[in-house]
Structures are given as C-alpha cells and as structure tokens.
Design a protein around this ligand. Structure first.
Ligand SMILES: *Cc1c(COP(=O)(O)O)cnc(C)c1O
Length: 470
C-alpha cells in the first residue's frame, strides 16, 4: 500500500456505514413516508455516491473530514434524495400555460361537484351495480349513460375507457373482417399514438380509402361501397386542419348514402362538444347532438377534452347498436370503473342544469372574457412584491389544446416575468420546484403566465410562489 492509498483508506474508514445512516433521525423521518425497503436502497445509493466522491476529492488533496461531518452530510443527502423522489409522484400543479386541455398536465380539471362526488364515492361503498329501488343488481353506468343520451339526443349511450377504446370497440363490433370506407383527408394521427389507419387495422376492419387529402366527394364513397362494406367512418381531424380548397360531403348526405345501402355511419368526433362553442371560435368542433340529428348512427368522443370530465370514451347512438357494443366481450375489457362514472355523471349534470360555463372548468376557461383576464393580470401584477422579479403585461393568446381546434387563439393578457439574476429557463425551473409547482410558458427568454388556466383559488397560491422566488 503506498502513502496515497493508505490515506485514502483512512478517510474511507471514516465514512459512516449504511446501518449508521439508517439509525439517524433523518432516516426515521424518511422511513415514515418511504417504508423501510425504499429507505435502505436510498441510504445505500447515498453512501455509495459519497464513497466515490471521497475517493475523487482525496485525489485532489482535500483532507478535512470528520465522522460527524460526513454523517450529517449523509443525512442531508438522504432527505434531499427522498424529496427529489417524491417530486416524481403524480401531483397537482398550477397550469399557468394558458393551454386549456393540456394533455401533459392531465387534460381537464374536474368541476368542484365532480371532485366532491369523487371523494364521496371513493371513500365508501356505492351503487355501481346495484338498483337502490329494488335492492337487486343494477346495470353499471345506467344513470350516467341515460344523462348522456338525453344531452346528445341519442337513443342510448355506453361509456368505455377512452375515445381510442371507443373507436376500436365500435370498429371491432361492426366491421371486423369487413370493409370500412374512410376519406384520405381523415387518416390522421392524433396526439402521437392514435393513428386512424392503425386503429382500423387492429380492429380487423379492412380499410378502403377514398378521395384525396383535401377533397372527398359523396360519389367517392358511393363508388366504393360493395357487398362487403359494413360501415362508413367519419373522423374529426382534431389537431390537423386543412384550409383552402377543401370539401367533404355534409354528414346528412353521407348518412343518407349509408342508410340507402344498409350501412352504419360512425363518427369519431374526438373532443366533441355538448353545446356549440362556435361563438368562441370553436365552430369546427362537432356538436354531438348535431351529429345525431344529422343521421350519424354511432358517435364516439372523449370524456376529458371539451366535455371537461375524466378520461373516458363516450359512445352514443341507435339503441340496437349500443346494445350490441355492450354485449361484445371486448366491452368487458374496456369498461370504466365507479370513479369514472361518478365524474362523468356529475359533469353531465352541470350541462343538464345549463350551468356548464360556470361549473365545468374547461368550459369556464374557454368562455372567460378577455377583459376579465386583463383585470386579473393587472391585479396580480400589482401584488408581485419581489425585488428579483420584474413583470409586465402583454396581449397574447391562450389555446385550447388536447387536439381540439388547433387554429383557435383566445385573446388573453400575459404576465411576462424576468429574473434579475436568472435566465428564463432557470426561472421556469424555480417555478416548477415551488410548492405547489407552477408550470409556465417560456418564450423569447421570458416566462409567461396566462391566468386563463389558473383558477381563482390557485391565484393566491401563485402569488405566494412568485413573492417567495429567491
Ligand atoms: C383525441 C382523439 C382520440 C383519442 O381520444 P382519447 O380519449 O385520448 O383516447 C380519438 N379520436 C379523435 C378524433 C380524437 O381527437
């Protein structure tokens, strides 16, 4: 052993053992949350990494170590490591991006009614498959599905896990091994993992593409119908919009053609809206009741996009078709749980009362007037007392997100923040590390806050975070 190695090993001998670290107050505190197994693994990682560092720093000539200093450093690191790990949990954040249906941030926030109902259903037993009148077994989802049928003018409804599942299920039930006609303008990819041609082929349906990317005529559909055709599919292109020289036949004409030949017309509406949002620029989003009234036999749409509920695939249409969907073995694999029914039921009740724009956050955010946002932004700006931050107001835009209405820009007032000693990226990082984490937009080396997606309760928390930024 040479001199270096001897000194090296004497410092390393000072390094506390994993057991010593496990006996500290810091470890006991972590264990209460993490459990002993996770704690032991973290302690081992922390001790190992310090051992590696000591070897390195010793080579650089640092010698001033004591057992106490090392142990207290290890305790600190253990606590930090646990905190970092906890931050990776699914947790609430403040969405200050102004993107309303933000897929990465959980799409729709729930209404207060839905959140309350959820807590209640979740904490006890419930009538998931129980008829309270007769005391006998009941059909799961009956109430939510009846409300959904009423609100869309459909004969019946059934709810599954998400809209992708809904489309897959409908295609499987009615078109497996048979032909489905779809316009080339609608063979889109939505959100990176939902590709219309892939879903079609997975369902066992044989895809017959018609028309071109920008124009598809009624005659294109008519000429492709054969005795093996089961269905005509209409897909809402959602996050993709062709403008200019375009056309597709009106739904009512497509329905007439389908029905003359005994085919089913299925529409995957994507976001779908229960009420028209045309006055807010969302005229391209299909209103489900219009599709049903226009003769579409079966329509699928998402529960957590413009509807403003939780992840779900809502299927509405002719009773006989809905019943066939419900009886198919695949339905059993794609059905939803009591929590989803609870949220969808409460959300639909807000629509039924005509209170969606007050109670359903997504609708409230879409319909929030620009002058209200400008007042809120100016008010918040006046309260940001922090010598490191400067803030100014800008006119800008909020977006719908979630693959809906890609060209819609809702006018808003943005608060642009700059930090005296930190870049926009660093300030963004500080906001994400806050409690609660704040997610902001970063553009042109500025951090932008859009209050459209920040609720009034969150506004106080946001101010608290901004005031405390160091
Ligand atoms: C978003 C979307 C889907 C997928 O919906 P999920 O609820 O996310 O599964 C399917 N089809 C269309 C047209 C969509 O816009």
């Amino acid at each position: 052993m040479n001199e270096r190695q001897a000194e090296d090993s004497s410092v390393l001998r000072m390094l506390p053992s994993i057991d010593e670290l496990l006996n500290t107050v810091a470890a006991a505190r972590v264990e209460g949350e993490s459990g002993v197994k996770r704690l032991t693994l973290l302690a081992r990682e922390v001790v190992d990494s310090m051992r590696a560092e000591l070897r390195g720093s010793f080579a650089n000539g640092r010698r001033e170590y004591s057992r106490e200093v090392l142990l207290s450093e290890l305790e600190q690191r253990l606590a930090d490591a646990w905190r970092a790990e906890r931050r990776a949990r699914l947790q609430r954040v403040i969405n200050a991006t102004g993107v309303i249906v933000h897929t990465n941030l959980g799409r729709s926030p729930l209404s207060a009614n839905a959140a309350r109902a959820l807590a209640e259903t979740a904490s006890g037993y419930c009538t998931l498959e129980f008829d309270i009148e007769s005391g006998r077994r009941g059909r799961r989802g009956r109430y939510a599905e009846q409300r959904l049928a009423e609100l869309t003018g459909a004969e019946a409804a059934v709810i599954v896990n998400n809209c992708a599942a809904a489309a897959f299920l409908v295609l499987t039930v009615f078109a497996s091994g048979r032909e489905v006609i779809v316009s080339r303008g609608e063979l889109v990819e939505i959100g990176g993992d939902f590709r219309v041609p892939d879903v079609l082929s997975q369902s066992g349906a044989i895809m017959r593409e018609v028309g071109t990317t920008n124009k598809t005529r009624l005659s294109d559909y008519e000429e492709t119908i054969s005795e093996n055709t089961a269905m005509i599919v209409r897909v809402h292109p959602s996050n993709y919009k062709i403008i200019g020289f375009t056309s597709t036949p009106p739904l009512a004409e497509l329905a007439e053609t389908a029905h003359k030949k005994g085919l089913i017309l299925f529409e995957d509406a994507g976001s779908g809206a229960l009420n028209s949002l045309a006055e807010f620029g969302l005229g391209d989003e299909p209103v489900i009741a219009d599709s049903i009234a226009g003769g579409v036999d079966i329509v699928s749409f998402s529960g957590d996009k413009l509807l403003g509920g939780s992840q779900a695939g809502l299927i509405v249409g002719k009773r006989e078709l809905i019943e066939r969907v419900r009886k198919h073995p695949l339905y059993r694999a794609l059905r939803v749980d009591k929590l989803s029914y609870t949220v969808i039921q409460s959300t639909l009740e807000s629509y039924a009362r005509g209170r969606a724009s007050e109670e359903v956050p997504v609708i409230r955010m879409i319909t929030m007037p620009a002058d209200e946002l400008s007042v809120r932004a100016a008010d918040l700006l006046g309260k940001i007392a922090n010598k490191n931050l400067s803030a100014e107001l800008f006119l800008g835009n909020s977006v719908i997100g979630g693959g809906a209405a890609p060209s819609v820009r809702l006018e808003t007032t943005l608060i642009a923040l700059t930090h005296k000693n930190a870049s926009a990226d660093e300030l963004g990082q500080m906001l994400r590390s806050a409690d609660p984490p704040v997610i902001a937009r970063i553009e042109d080396d500025k951090v932008l806050i859009d209050l459209r997606t920040v609720s009034s309760e969150e506004e106080g928390e946001l101010l608290g975070v901004l005031v405390k930024i160091g």
